[in-house]
Design a protein around this ligand. Structure first.
Ligand SMILES: [Zn+2]
Length: 519
């Protein structure tokens, strides 16, 4: 269902809003009014009411706006507290749902060893559907609570477990791409697909599960637009795990849209000449050892990126995890294809894979999103990915400067405003929602967080220290607030110091999904 400006209004939110509509721009509106319609779209976003500080004037303004509401329903009006703000939901453009079970372990190993000792044995256990049910419910709940309104998941090679992941996403109300991992070589017995046909079959089954969820969404009684909330994604693990025949078969599958499984879902990211091209995700240039291995496996390709391009896997719907060690030619090819890189800095540090120079990617015109890469990254929280992206960029700046007495090289590390963009609108571009997700504006989907900086406190125990005096509890909040703080200061403090506790509400397509019921 496309955005309909005449649809009835469901909710009006009045208070502070913060978002990054353009790279490098943090738009902070102390007092704004946002209308969300019954289909979960933002129908109105007024930010020019900042001067209406007086309560009576705000009430008058809200009354004027309500008088303009379409007929059919009186919306509920919600006033945010001074410690609260609305922000767009986070988009985690790269994480492995089955790896949540061993997150935080195994980081003494480099990538290719870690795959053998940790990843493959743990992923193989998802042949057990009871295990999959427990783990996938946990990862979807955890990421939603962390403010991830959209997740781009890798599953496993098991069709039943992938269906369970799709079902968990659907039931908990998250927006997601879900991919069946494809791999037909260089994996242990019992966790490898025996043929190209077998691998394609599992992908088709997972695509069908997503389409079935979509049909359930369409047939539900809700007025909210969930039609493309859960989508399938073609997912070769990475080139070394796939024969060239498998890569080409997956490229063909992506180009044809998986037959009719997504027939009623149009992809806003693809030009009309490619109406139903499926999303694709894989890994690219994560470590130098991996690149050397790919060069030996695919001698006919110009480079690693070319392996995917030759198989028909490099296009505007492709999300490439990592992209740390890329030649200039590869950046040009990625940009020309309109593909996206999911920058996963926490994983890159944990596995010692390298430091991705995001500034270089951006200067090359490449679209960049952020990923946690659970469990290469230890935290499922996009806030953690943002902090690591800032640190990684500062490392790049220090390396660019060179050892003394080298003159300083011109290099601007990423700013907070830029990483917020990567975590929201940058991710939205990667998942095919360049113009209607990841920021606030009329016609955008209301995937949002209500953050309350008053929640979560470090209060000294009364037995060892007196409690804070009344009226000064803000100083003892987990994200401390003091009179000198501007709204921008407070937002930056939350990016660096915040956690799940301040995320008091999460909406996906206008439906509130956090707080959630007990499992
Ligand atoms: Zn990964």
């Amino acid at each position: 269902m496309p955005y309909d400006p005449t649809a009835p209004w469901a909710h009006v939110y009045v208070g502070t809003t913060i978002h990054a509509p353009r790279l490098g721009e943090l738009a902070i509106h102390p007092l704004s009014l946002m209308v969300v319609n019954v289909a979960g779209y933002i129908a109105r976003y007024d930010t020019d009411v900042d001067s209406l500080r007086d309560g009576a004037d705000v009430a008058d303004y809200v009354a004027q706006v309500l008088a303009e509401a379409p007929a059919g329903r009186r919306p509920a009006v919600h006033h945010l507290a001074p410690s609260q703000f609305l922000a767009p939901g986070f988009i985690d453009a790269h994480l492995h749902a089955p790896q949540y079970v061993f997150t935080g372990t195994g980081y003494d190993q480099p990538l290719l060893t870690w795959l053998t000792t940790s990843t493959f044995p743990r992923e193989a256990e998802f042949s057990d559907v009871a295990h999959a049910r427990e783990a996938y419910s946990a990862v979807v709940r955890r990421t939603l609570q962390s403010g991830t309104t959209t997740a781009v998941y890798y599953g496993t090679i098991h069709a039943p477990a992938n269906r369970i992941l799709v079902d968990a996403v659907w039931r908990h109300g998250q927006r997601a791409l879900v991919g069946a991992v494809s791999m037909d070589r260089h994996a242990p017995d019992g966790y490898v697909q025996p043929s190209v046909a077998a691998a394609v079959d599992v992908t088709r089954e997972t695509l069908a599960a997503c389409a079935a969820a979509t049909r359930r969404c369409s047939a539900s009684a809700s007025e909210t637009d969930h039609v493309d909330r859960v989508r399938g994604c073609v997912t070769p693990r990475f080139a070394p795990s796939c024969t060239d025949a498998l890569l080409r078969a997956l490229g063909d599958l992506a180009a044809t849209g998986g037959d009719s499984v997504e027939a009623h879902v149009t992809d806003p990211a693809t030009p009309s000449s490619e109406p139903r091209r499926l999303p694709i995700q894989t890994h690219l240039a994560e470590t130098r050892d991996e690149i050397a291995w790919v060069a030996s496996l695919f001698p006919e390709a110009q480079d690693y990126t070319d392996v995917y391009a030759r198989a028909g896997l490099l296009g505007a719907t492709t999300i490439l995890g990592h992209g740390i060690h890329l030649a200039d030619r590869e950046l040009r090819a990625i940009r020309a294809a309109g593909a996206h890189i999911a920058h996963c800095p926490a994983s890159n540090f944990a596995l010692g894979s390298g430091v991705c120079d995001v500034r270089r990617l951006l200067r090359a015109g490449v679209s960049v999103a952020l990923g946690t890469d659970v469990a290469g990254g230890s935290s499922p929280h996009v806030l953690d990915a943002m902090r690591n992206a800032l640190t990684a960029s500062k490392v790049c700046a220090m390396l660019a400067r060179g050892p003394p007495p080298s003159p300083a090289a011109p290099y601007a590390p990423l700013t907070v405003a830029e990483v917020v963009y990567l975590a929201t609108r940058g991710g939205a571009r990667a998942v095919g929602h360049a113009d209607d997700l990841g920021y606030f504006g009329p016609g955008c989907r209301f995937d949002a967080l209500r953050v309350d900086l008053a929640v979560g406190a470090f209060v000294p125990a009364p037995t060892t220290s007196p409690p804070p005096p009344a009226g000064h509890a803000h100083a003892f909040a987990w994200v401390p607030r003091f009179p000198h703080d501007t709204l921008r200061d407070l937002f930056e403090k939350w990016i660096y110091l915040g956690d799940d506790r301040q995320i008091q509400a999460v909406w996906v397509q206008g439906e509130q999904v956090v707080p959630m019921p007990a499992p």
